[in-house]
Design a protein around this ligand. Structure first.
Ligand code: ITT
Length: 194
């Protein structure tokens, strides 16, 4: 089965392709299709936004679609940036801008800065819907370390480790991450449909 992954995020596409590499399912990203559609994520939850992405792309191609809405929730910031993770520092901001905003906002709080990543992964084929959620718990540090990964990876240390995700290997992130957890479960649900 061929499935389109409704994402413009190259980091996510690379991770999810690797997760499905051992299955009969071929993941094709919007980038592979040359489509740079900007989907308005007007939902208030990760789940809502994930289905908005999946349904929007399904309506264009009429083939099965998976989508991921994900983000970082920081306890001392009352769960922010949450669903606003991608553009936390404003329209057209960089990952670094977002990291610096988080570091700045956490200045007034004592350590540890507990946080978790959430990935809400969904599937839609015009008829069937499937979903799975994954979390990765850890804490935020006040400097950016490492070059792997994307987004908030340089400032996030998973529980049980001493390195940020950006200092860990790609393959390793892809076994412990929120997205690895959500898409591994989703994959099992889709193999049944295949
Ligand atoms: P698509 O909507 O096109 O999939 P996006 O980057 O806009 O790409 P989201 O709306 O789901 O995706 O926003 C997720 C943001 O949360 C992302 O841009 C990162 O800033 C952050 N994020 C999500 N997963 C992450 C991860 O594995 N590592 C670091 N940051 C992550």
């Amino acid at each position: 089965m061929k499935i389109i992954f409704a994402t413009q995020n190259a980091g996510k596409a690379k991770e999810v392709k690797a997760i499905f590499a051992d299955s009969s399912i071929e993941i094709i990203s919007l980038y592979d299709l040359g489509n740079n559609i900007d989907i308005e994520e007007h939902g208030t939850t990760f789940r809502e936004n994930a289905f908005i992405k999946a349904r929007t792309v399904y309506d264009i191609y009429k083939v099965p679609v998976v989508a991921d809405d994900s983000g970082l929730e920081i306890s001392q910031l009352d769960g922010r940036p949450g669903v606003y993770s991608a553009r936390y520092a404003g329209e057209n901001c960089t990952y670094e801008d977002n990291n610096l905003r988080v570091i700045d906002e956490l200045k007034e709080f004592p350590e540890p800065h507990r946080a978790k990543f959430i990935s809400y992964a969904v599937y839609y084929d015009g008829k069937n819907e499937r979903e799975a959620v994954g979390e990765l718990h850890g804490y935020i540090i006040k400097e950016q370390r490492g070059t792997n990964g994307f987004g908030y990876d340089p400032i996030f240390i998973p529980d049980g480790y001493e390195k940020t995700i950006s200092e860990l290997d790609f393959d390793f992130k892809n076994t412990i991450s929120h997205r690895a957890r959500s898409f591994t479960v989703l994959k099992e649900k889709l193999i049944v449909l295949d």
